[in-house]
Design a binder for this molecule. Sequence first.
Ligand SMILES: NC(=O)CC[C@H](NC[C@@]1(O)OC[C@@H](O)[C@@H](O)[C@@H]1O)C(=O)O
Length: 267
Amino acid sequence: LAASLLAAVSLFTNAASAASNDNPYGLIEPGHLRVASLGDAKPYTFTDANGQFTGFDVEFFTDVAHRIGINNVDFIGQDFAGILPAVANGQYDAGVAAIGITKAREQTVDFSSGYLAGYLTVLTSKTSGVKNVDTLAKHRLAVIQGTLQESYAVDHFKQTDLVRFPDNNAAISAMNNGTVDAVFLDYESAKTYADRYDLIHAADIPSFDAPAGFAIAKNKVAFKTALDKAIKSAMEDGTWKRLYEKWFPGSPMPKQYLPAADQTTQS
Ligand SMILES: NC(=O)CC[C@H](NC[C@@]1(O)OC[C@@H](O)[C@@H](O)[C@@H]1O)C(=O)O
């Protein structure tokens, strides 16, 4: 009964925000974007000292939103595991939080084209004994529920005790108080925490096959088309590159998102 009720509700909400002339993208509220995000995935998406959402993904999405004519963009923080189900059932217009595009996730939502390809990082202290993926065995590794890191660890770190957390902050504090030996999270967030708590990268695992995309409800064709076109123009005019250099200074820059002119010269 619950499942059929949920199905009915999601049908209703999606129908309620079906595309129409004054609402071409089928938003919950015409002219207003409600975006599910995270407060602790700095520098991708996080809340600053004033509680404002900021970071690479936030500024890039906001730029893209302006390009499709939406200037009223609100970000709401929640646990990563809840973002895709909430976007799928129409509680948000989009999910923006370094969310990797995968076939499994595309069962639940659609994604814009990719805009960021990087690494998954095993972050640890200098005293944990975890030096690389091989020494993870018999150690305790924190993963955030619903992330690629969780599924990667289940598939590849069979000798490791996985401990699940709702968000990065909880996982990092567990490592700092000795409850776990390492945390498996995104490269740029790992770098931020490493600088702050004198931690080290035990492993950086490429995740280029799952670049981050903006998650939206399925079958919102006009919305996806508009987002993809705006993403392309933000890359072509160098906006993407400017924001990447601002938020990820010194990090290796994936070439596929640079202006065509840079693709040839970029070493
Ligand atoms: N913000 C989070 O906690 C998301 C964790 C994780 N992000 C992976 C990813 O999308 O991060 C940005 C880029 O490095 C992508 O290549 C990578 O797959 C995921 O999608 O599950």
